[in-house]
Design a protein around this ligand. Structure first.
Ligand code: ZN
Length: 501
């Protein structure tokens, strides 16, 4: 058989898996958004059935055979770069799935459910000791997972690669260490600046219906297509779906309107990335997002680079005032900009501003790294957390609820995930730097409400490239430079020094 025929078969399989994936996302969305209170069990059964079905489809031994027939075919090299990448991604997913024994996957899934339950209790009662045995278990599962995938590689490298293919501990170190140093310095300048924002603006009461109106107004402005998407309410904002059906959620806090507004910009940034995937590659492995880091770069770009910029508000502030009735009529433009860009060390990652946010992530990265390298013990995690918060952000952590117990990731066994959040900021700044070279007037365009150039640039360079390259390669292809912290540091200085100093 010709290599193209084998290849076609493989793409057919990939399409089926993508279908299952999109169905499972839709069912998951419904679980978070619409589920009647007594339907949890039935829905959980449905969800676990779909995920078992996907696993079975992916690990089908025919797939292994098919991959071999393609890769060992004398005409393999006649496949295009895109076709070879499709085979590569399919193989990567297949290998990751078949290397894990079914028993291990089941055991871990059960342990995860329990661990999250215990974590919730421990967080509520500020009891790290209660959580410790479950945490240890999840840590061991993560180690085992990595060993199954690659017994020779350092454990943490393997885990990092699961969420951000192509990234290693060494690469993260080379970006995060200098970023940490520079950020601490910038932060010190900002917190000691004489000018400080009046943040009472942020907690003025804005009724839910007004916040909803605002959200619906701003989503199309930044390019989120509501004919192929929708906004709903959920406890934690998220984005789900693919291409022609990408949905986002937010939550409404009447005494903290930015909690909704900027979450909508953030999630819409994720959604635009999914909606703008290359239609010609729709069901192919390359026709999906590149990595968590690149995904986060798009959400952060829309939330912060655009959404908290002076230029965005130059054209949007009047509309904002109009839509919020008279709530902000007395607020001067500059005071508003300073308030939405407040920088202040705080305890909780998800509430952190864009400058301190990366320090929260670097703290988690360093703890994970040192745990897997055996330099610290899990027992000491809560105390080491407190020490690091003191060193990095200069604040005291009063209890573990506001410290090591705040995030669900470790309870769910997701070691290696956190770093992608900060990497998203690093990528966003590096992309912005290149975009500014290509479109020197992008800020002027933005300030008149013209986002076309920006949207087209992102679509062409980032969105439509899908998963054709690993993220570090993609960044180098677009910007000509290796991923680096310097653009983010430069962005912070150029933005925050004039604001504060
Ligand atoms: Zn995000």
């Amino acid at each position: 058989m010709k290599v193209k025929e084998y290849y076609k078969k493989l793409i057919g399989k990939a399409k089926e898996l993508r279908f299952l994936d999109t169905i499972s996302m839709l069912v998951g969305w419904d679980y978070e958004v619409n589920l009647p209170p007594k339907s949890v069990e039935q829905r959980s059964e449905q969800m676990s059935y779909i995920s078992e079905l996907s696993h079975r489809e992916l690990t089908d031994s025919d797939n292994g055979q098919l991959i071999k027939q393609i890769m060992e075919h004398p005409d393999y090299e006649t496949l295009t770069e895109r076709e070879q990448r499709n085979v590569y991604i399919f193989k990567r997913e297949y290998d990751r799935a078949i290397k894990l024994p079914v028993e291990f996957v089941k055991e871990r899934a059960a342990a995860r459910v329990k661990s999250i339950e215990i974590w919730k209790k421990a967080k509520k009662t500020d009891d790290f000791k209660l959580f410790l045995p479950a945490l240890k278990k999840m840590f061991e599962f993560a180690k085992k997972h990595a060993e199954y995938l690659d017994p020779d590689a350092p454990v943490y490298d393997t885990l990092l690669d699961l969420y951000e293919p192509g990234m290693t501990v060494a690469q993260y170190n080379s970006i995060f260490s200098p970023l940490k140093e520079a950020t601490v310095e910038i932060l010190d300048k900002i917190v000691h600046a004489e000018k400080q924002p009046d943040t009472s603006i942020l907690s003025r009461t804005v009724p839910k219906d007004i916040q909803e109106k605002l959200a619906h107004d701003v989503m199309p402005v930044i390019g989120y297509d509501l004919q192929r998407g929708r906004l709903d309410t959920a406890v934690h904002p998220f984005t789900t779906g693919f291409y022609d059906d990408v949905r986002i959620t937010t939550r409404y806090m009447e005494d903290f309107w930015p909690g909704c507004f900027f979450a909508v910009l953030h999630e819409a940034g994720h959604a635009i990335y999914e909606q703008n995937q290359n239609p010609k590659w729709k069901y192919e492995p390359v026709g999906g997002y590149c990595s968590m880091g690149i995904h986060e770069s798009q959400s952060r770009f829309h939330e912060n680079t655009l959404g908290r910029s002076k230029e965005f508000w130059k054209f949007y502030y009047d509309k904002f005032k109009e839509l919020t009735d008279e709530i902000f009529d007395d607020v001067a433009f500059d005071d508003f900009i300073l308030a939405i860009n407040k920088v202040e060390p705080s305890l909780i990652r998800v509430e952190a501003d864009e400058v301190t946010y990366n320090l929260h992530i670097i703290l988690r990265f360093e703890l994970e790294r040192d745990l897997f390298e055996g330099k610290i013990k899990i027992e000491d995690l809560a105390d080491t957390w407190k020490d690091k918060m003191h060193d990095l952000l200069g604040i005291e952590v009063p209890n573990d609820t506001l410290g090591v117990l705040q995030d669900t990731h470790w309870a769910g066994g997701m070691f290696g995930y956190f770093p992608t959040y900060a990497l998203g900021n690093v990528y966003a700044a590096q992309l912005m730097h290149k975009m500014a070279e290509d479109i020197p007037k992008w800020r002027e365009e933005l300030s008149t409400g013209n986002l076309d150039g920006i949207a087209k640039w992102l679509q062409k360079h980032v969105h439509e490239t899908g998963d054709l390259y690993d993220a570090p390669v993609l960044i180098k292809k677009i910007t000509g430079k290796e991923p680096s912290h310097i653009y983010l540091v430069e962005y912070f200085k150029e933005k925050y020094y004039p604001l504060y100093c």
